[in-house]
Ligand binder design. Structure first.
Ligand SMILES: Cc1ncc(COP(=O)(O)O)c(C=O)c1O
Length: 391
């Protein structure tokens, strides 16, 4: 039946690294590989109470949470999110996670062959969504200040005409980098000048524990769509995200969403609305960030202890990841001995946009899910595996 698959489906590739990472489910494995938030930090009480209140919302003939809802989202939540973003309700769409936002945008903006520009390395789920829509994804390098906008300007001056430029604005995946204020202004200038849209993906902004947050690029009237998510501040299992952007684009995304899933779970939208309104929510976000800070500090210190000057990375100020460089080590080769030694990570080449031989000395390490003691043990296992790989 393979011949029945569409051309586009046949072009999608699984990855060897994903296959290898299935081994991370072994019970003795210390995994730094996941992109998962800390499960011991889920605000279960806030969510349970929110569920009870969600069930009390009445529709005309029964509980609203159990009925179909408008595609654009449950009115009260949509209004709240629009007010928070200081934009109109027409400019706001509730999505099934921000991942769905990426998929919808790619589908409504891209014809096959259209160019999309992203930082290289980039979030795999975004690359998948853009490629599935038939886009040609072009990478631009980045550094600790995020996407290098001078390199972007050079690409544009050389004739590149993207439909949109994708940036993970705060604590990018995998780099952990935050796009600086100056570069945000530069991207906006370039967008106005060359007529492309900026897709600002921001699931990690609330996980800041140090430094100052630059302003979002989104504001009404600007060519920017911002994607947000309840996944990292509440729980990803709820699958609730939202986008704000120019009404024409948000309306088109809403039409595409009708064909995809009719609407995001009414029950989960009401749970998120009630959880956001819970007076304990702000404290949860603050204490969450403090736990992430402790874990980031523990992994940073453990890496320096175990690797000394053979490791390089920027100290995280938030998010979930350290994007480390191990000098003279091919991290794809390291993965196999690391898994044998009971520690998992994602090798840098997995995030390469154009060429899998890029980022081979890099690895993405998540500090979110393990305690400081286990992070220390994981770093030690990694160093032992690296010693084997060097020989
Ligand atoms: C950069 C980035 N964008 C979007 C997502 C999707 O998140 P969700 O669909 O849970 O909102 C993730 C998930 O890890 C991510 O890292």
């Amino acid at each position: 039946v393979h011949h029945l698959l569409s051309q586009r489906s046949r072009e999608q590739r699984g990855s060897r690294i994903r296959e290898l990472l299935k081994l991370t489910e072994r019970p003795d494995m210390l995994s730094l590989a996941g992109g998962l938030p800390a499960a011991d930090r889920f605000p279960s009480e806030i969510i349970t109470d929110a569920f009870e209140r969600a069930m009390l919302h009445r529709g005309p003939t029964g509980p609203q949470a159990l009925q179909y809802a408008p595609t654009e989202g449950v009115g009260m939540l949509r209004e709240r999110l629009a007010a928070e973003a200081d934009c109109s309700v027409d400019s706001t769409l509730i999505t099934t996670g921000s991942q769905q936002g990426l998929d919808l945008l790619a589908r409504v903006l891209c014809d096959p062959g259209d160019v999309v520009i992203t930082e290289d390395p980039s979030y795999l789920g975004a690359l998948q969504a853009f490629r599935f829509a038939g886009a040609r994804v072009v990478g631009v390098p980045g550094d600790s200040d995020g996407l290098d906008t001078e390199a972007l300007a050079t690409l544009l001056a050389g004739g590149a005409r993207p439909k949109f430029v994708y940036v993970c604005s705060n604590f990018g995946n995998p780099t952990g980098a935050t796009l600086s204020s100056a570069r945000r202004r530069h991207v906006l200038d370039l967008a106005e000048r060359y007529g492309f849209l900026v897709v600002e993906d921001d699931p990690y902004g609330a996980l800041r524990f140090a430094g100052q947050a630059p302003q979002s690029m989104f504001a009404p009237g600007r060519p920017v769509v911002r994607l947000r998510s309840a996944s990292k501040v509440l729980a990803p299992g709820l699958r609730v995200g939202w986008m704000t952007g120019p009404a024409t684009i948000v309306t088109a995304a809403g039409l595409a969403k009708q064909a995809t899933d009719l609407h995001t779970s009414s029950l989960n939208q009401l749970i998120v609305m009630e959880a956001f309104a819970d007076p304990r929510f702000a404290d949860h976000v603050t204490s969450n960030a403090a736990v992430y800070a402790e874990r980031a500090g523990a992994l940073s210190a453990a890496l320096r202890r175990s690797f000394g000057d053979r490791v390089e990375f920027t100290e995280p100020q938030g998010g979930m990841f350290i994007w480390a460089r191990l000098l003279s080590i091919d991290t794809s080769a390291l993965l196999e001995s690391a898994l044998d030694g009971g520690v998992a990570f994602v090798p840098g080449s997995a995030f390469a946009v154009e060429d899998e031989s890029d980022h081979t000395d890099r690895l993405r390490l998540s500090f979110a899910t393990l305690t400081p003691t286990l992070l220390q043990a994981a770093a030690e296992r990694l160093a032992r595996a690296a010693a084997v790989t060097l020989v």
